[in-house]
Design a protein around this ligand. Structure first.
Ligand code: NAP
Length: 351
């Protein structure tokens, strides 16, 4: 990336987008950005003048053939639309994970562009460590020298994890959301003769959670499918069919971790296994009014690298509840979604 390049940054108000905007501007490039219109003031304040709605394809007609680099993370029609904006020799950098095009497909339909599709999470762990170290060293030095600002962050306590994932899943965040671990959870008593159900446990955060459970002593992990059972040395992994088929063949469930960020899944589990909500550790009253649902996302802190903080709300669920979540039912539109609280649920405490 060099001075004078015209760079299209999709989802420019998100975590990656915010970093990309700064790097492009620092290189002397002209930034064209997409974002939800209510986030445009943030981008304007950062000196981004050319703004398009990230939920429409308007940018493609406006920029057709005039862009040197596209940083893409949007899918479906946004992929050919983004490719269409590139000038001959332009580069399409694909960060997305869903419905991405193959190199052959791009070469066939857009032979005049370069296509770079990579997924950081697919690199070997030592390679990720090396690259992370290199990038962090460089970025920290540039921030210290005043050439870059830290990306804005909004802080959440562990008790607010559901709200944080709700903001992320609605795409309502600006910059990064940061979970604070300043209230350490009590150590979990993991049993080797019980099953731990991890939604989203086939990859990403869920797989990391499953690995941690095994490291803590779990020997039976159940994961909703479809997908291939991950190798977890020392543990037996059951991939469940529709409606959690196969769970009846595993030892009794002693814990559930919702790692797929899907509140509807939480609600389905609650409805399917009401007994799991009967634990004496399950809160029986609604959460404190200090935890309203459906409120506007917070404004991120952009003045410091420390997450924006606010006084912690009263703890809920009760400190004794180890495996608990609170599901929220949301209507699909309009954004921001209206969410109504649903009954809390939790798995029974290990017997
Ligand atoms: N390949 C890799 O190595 C790699 C590495 C890091 C991240 N990524 C990918 O890069 C993308 C951005 O990561 P991030 O950390 O910046 O995520 P992020 O902070 O959550 O930003 C994502 C943004 O996408 C926008 N968006 C556009 N259309 C959306 C839709 N239909 N639904 C929800 N959001 C939509 C939203 O902003 P607006 O409301 O403004 O549109 C949202 O804030 C993700 O897809 C991530 O998986 C890839």
């Amino acid at each position: 990336m060099k001075a004078g390049d015209r760079v299209l940054v999709h989802a420019a108000a998100g975590g990656v987008g915010q970093a990309a905007v700064q790097l492009a501007k620092a290189a002397g490039a002209t930034v064209y950005a997409t974002a939800s219109p209510h986030k445009w003031p943030v981008l304007r304040a950062q000196g981004v003048e050319h703004l398009f709605n990230s939920r429409t394809l308007d940018f493609a007609d406006a920029l057709e053939g005039g862009v040197d680099i596209v940083l893409n993370s949007l899918n479906k029609d946004f992929i050919p639309a983004g490719l269409r904006t590139l000038a001959p020799g332009g580069r399409f950098v694909e960060l997305g994970k869903v419905g991405v095009w193959s190199t052959e497909q791009v070469a066939a339909e857009f032979p005049h562009v370069e296509y770079h599709n990579f997924d950081f999470s697919e690199l070997p762990a030592d390679e990720v460590t090396r690259i992370n170290k290199e990038i962090m060293t460089d970025v920290a030095a540039r921030i210290a020298a005043g050439g870059l600002d830290p990306v804005g962050t909004t802080g959440y306590t562990l008790d607010e994890v559901e709200e944080a994932f709700g903001v992320l899943s609605r795409g309502a965040n600006v910059g990064k959301l940061v979970l604070g671990f300043d209230q350490p959870a009590p150590p979990a008593a993991i049993r080797d003769d019980r099953t731990y159900l991890v939604t989203g446990g086939l990859d990403g955060l869920g797989l990391l959670t499953a690995r941690k459970l095994v490291a803590l002593g779990a020997r039976h992990i159940a994961v909703p499918g479809p997908g291939e059972a991950p190798e977890l040395a020392g543990a037996h992994v059951t991939v469940l069919g529709p409606d959690l088929a196969g769970l009846e063949r595993t030892p009794p469930v002693a814990g559930v971790v919702l790692a797929d960020g899907d509140p509807e899944q939480a609600w389905r589990l609650h409805e399917r296994f009401p007994a799991w909500t009967s634990s004496s550790r399950t809160p029986t009253s609604p959460p404190p009014s200090a935890r309203p649902t459906g409120r506007s996302p917070r404004t991120p802190s952009t003045t410091s690298s420390a997450p924006a903080r606010r006084p912690a709300p009263p703890r809920w669920p009760s400190p004794g509840a180890r495996w608990a979540s609170r599901s929220t039912r949301c209507t699909p539109s309009p954004r921001p979604r209206r969410c109504a609280p649903s009954p809390p649920w939790s798995a029974p405490a290990p017997a």
